[in-house]
Design a protein around this ligand. Structure first.
Ligand code: 6PG
Length: 237
């Protein structure tokens, strides 16, 4: 695992924006497009705002194609919507090539099926989609995307996108599956805050039970990159 530790969440966000720009330039240079999966939650918002403010004229946004790793079962204008967060902090401010949101307003099964079709259309291949970059977070319980501990989606290997019932949240989320995330050319975990220190240490230095720490299930060919602030790294030896 590649682990980078930053003095503050702001420095982490700055570094993540730089990495995004580098990966975009590389992918567009080599393949003519940059297919990127945005993370939800609160941690990536600062990075998205930096991209919109400081990289508006330096990234070839017309060749950037945005997808989502997971979504809550809410409409796109709902405050809990990952799409809304990304739209307000980034997508409304740059001339983006295409945006592929998960339709949280549909039933989770319908939304998952529709999104899998959309991915199969975009990647036009039966093999697993190869995103250029997937951004992820992790929760205090070691979940990532909406792959929560002890949930059925952890065992799914024959689908690209599934509806995942999360009993403890009394909801069903829509999420990319482990094989799709692990097939990406690059996976970056952006993690800030002391509340994440325990799972981060277990995942990076322990012998994590993947059913308890689903983020440890993500094993792409190229080692995942963990970008941590000092608080999230505080339990690392
Ligand atoms: C979501 C996310 C989820 C998130 C973690 C961390 O929809 O909530 O995709 O996996 O990345 O929960 O969230 P924070 O960044 O808000 O701590």
């Amino acid at each position: 695992m590649s682990v980078n530790i930053y003095d503050s969440p702001e420095e982490l966000a700055q570094a993540a924006a730089r990495e995004f720009a580098n990966r975009a330039a590389e992918a567009i240079g080599e393949r003519g497009r940059f297919a990127v999966v945005l993370a939800g939650g609160s941690t990536p918002r600062a990075m998205y705002e930096i991209l919109a403010r400081d990289y508006r004229d330096t990234i070839d946004w017309n060749n950037v194609h945005v997808f989502f790793g997971d979504e809550r079962s809410v409409p796109p204008d709902h405050d809990d919507s990952n799409y809304k967060m990304a739209r307000e902090s980034l997508l409304d401010h740059v001339p983006i090539g295409s945006v592929h949101r998960m339709q949280g307003e549909l039933s989770p099964d319908e939304a998952a099926e529709a999104y899998e079709h959309e991915l199969r259309d975009f990647f036009a291949s039966e093999d697993l989609p190869k995103f250029d970059l997937i951004l992820l977070g992790t929760g205090p319980d070691g979940h990532t995307a909406s792959l929560f501990p002890e949930t059925s989606a952890l065992e799914v290997h024959d689908r690209w996108v599934v509806a995942n019932q999360v009993l403890k949240l009394e909801t069903t989320r829509i999420t990319l599956t482990v094989p799709v995330i692990s097939a990406a050319r690059a996976v970056y975990f952006l993690v800030a805050g002391e509340g994440k220190a325990g799972p981060v240490a277990e995942i990076l230095e322990g012998d994590p039970d993947p059913r308890e720490y689903p983020a440890s299930l993500i094993q792409p060919e190229n080692e995942p990159v963990w970008m941590l602030d000092r608080a999230a790294a505080s339990d690392l030896t």
